[in-house]
Design a protein around this ligand. Structure first.
Ligand code: PMP
Length: 304
């Protein structure tokens, strides 16, 4: 169960957690056209800090632009509301969920005048794929569901309705005894997890999927930048499921999942079946960065 916090920001005002309700005919609830973000705030020695706030708010506005939802707020106003939400709830560390949705108005799939509404909720949320997953790795199953085709639902926006695909895949993976799903694109190449990008390491080279069928993950960009600064060669190229099977190392990235090593895919052990040296190095650096311990990366943090 979700750990409740005190207040939720809704259209410019804080309301009590229990009162953050919407009408049953809220348009997005029926047809899925809405956009959201997932952001994390970490505890540092200088107080709480939101990781890559600017990038998340930019992606939220890009999602709304793609979906043709016009917000009444500026990115600066939403960023301020995010920080205020963390402050008001007095949380040292939390997950932050801004959502933009179409409110009550007309029904049917041409919501001409429905209001574009915004809410920001924050709550404490530990390791999404479990502490053991972060430490020792998780088991993936290639999904029987394909990831979105760019001309079915576009992949650069974090659209509410797109997550039906993620949910179906995740449920299938769990029901087969795995921890997480890995979806292939419509061409059959590896795409992404239900809420994560994927990286593999082969012969010292870090490889990730190009941004055609997958979300432009902010953690993905973070990992690429950290790796390049550490002189690890990074390649963005399509790869197949069997290249993943024979990778030396593999891991998932995401705001909720952070950097989670992959130890097994479809019953095949990846590398030595435990987090490898490149994964461990990047993971340890990542946690130092988000925890404010790396001077060179301070610009990625917005202190609350
Ligand atoms: N792909 C999908 C489908 C996701 O939902 C997420 C989580 N936002 C990611 C990738 C990773 O993105 P980020 O690192 O920005 O959280």
């Amino acid at each position: 169960m979700i750990k409740e916090s005190k207040k939720i920001w809704m259209d410019g005002k804080f309301v009590n957690w229990a009162d953050a309700n919407v009408h049953i005919l809220t348009h997005t609830l029926h047809y899925g056209l809405g956009a959201f973000e997932g952001i994390r705030c970490y505890k540092t020695s200088k107080g709480s800090a939101v990781f890559k706030l600017k990038e998340h708010i930019e992606r939220l506005f890009n999602s709304c632009h793609i979906l043709q939802m016009k917000l009444e707020y500026t990115p600066e106003e939403i960023s301020k509301a995010v920080i205020e939400s963390v402050r008001v709830n007095k949380l040292e560390e939390c997950y932050i969920r801004p959502i933009v949705y179409l409110g009550y108005g007309t029904m049917g799939i041409y919501p001409k005048q429905n209001p574009v509404r915004v809410a920001i909720a924050v709550w404490p949320w530990g390791a999404y794929l479990g502490e053991d997953g972060i430490k020792n790795g998780i088991r993936l199953k290639i999904s029987s569901f394909a990831r979105h085709h760019v001309n079915v639902t576009m992949t650069k926006s974090k659209t509410c309705g797109d997550y039906v695909n993620s949910l179906l895949a995740k449920r299938e993976a769990i029901s087969c005894g795995y921890d997480e799903a890995l979806l292939l694109d419509t061409m059959g190449y590896v795409a992404e997890g239900s809420g994560q990008n994927i990286f593999i390491v082969r012969k010292g080279v870090l490889k990730t999927v190009p941004l055609t069928s997958v979300l432009e993950g902010i953690t993905r960009n973070t990992v690429i930048e950290i790796a390049q600064n550490e002189n690890i060669q990074v390649k963005e190229a399509n790869f197949t499921r069997d290249e993943l099977y024979i990778a030396d190392e593999a891991f998932l990235t995401g705001t909720a999942s952070e950097i989670t090593p992959i130890k097994e895919v479809d019953g095949r052990i990846i590398g030595k079946g435990k987090p490898g040296p490149v994964t461990k190095k990047l993971q340890s650096l990542f946690f130092k960065i988000v925890g404010g311990e790396e001077k060179a990366y301070q610009s990625w943090l917005t202190y609350v």
